[in-house]
Ligand binder design. Structure first.
Ligand SMILES: [Zn+2]
Ligand SMILES: [Zn+2]
Length: 89
């Protein structure tokens, strides 16, 4: 048996059916404004990746990512060193 809970409306199900199936049924039926929010118990803490990012001085470059149908070029601002998108446009 597994427990499935919705944080948005307080719905709780204890079932032996496939969780994704039961949850999908609730998502369709959830009365909460903004939709169902699945409560996931004992979520492991997010890995701390920030120190690695902070060490990068970020050398920003503009990369062309697309050209629209109208011929307007679109750019993304990314860091040359670590490749992260730094959108400041
Ligand atoms: Zn709900
Ligand atoms: Zn960087």
């Amino acid at each position: 048996m597994i427990e499935i809970a919705c944080e948005a409306c307080g719905w709780l199900a204890v079932t032996s059916q496939p969780a994704h199936q039961v949850w999908a049924e609730h998502v369709a039926a959830c009365p909460a404004v903004g939709g169902a929010v699945r409560h996931v118990p004992d979520l492991p803490p997010l890995p701390k990746l920030l120190p690695q990012v902070r060490t990068c001085a970020h050398r920003l470059v503009r990369r062309q990512i697309a050209v629209t149908a109208a011929g307007v070029k679109r750019y993304a601002v990314v860091c040359e060193l670590c490749g992260r998108h730094v959108d400041r446009t």
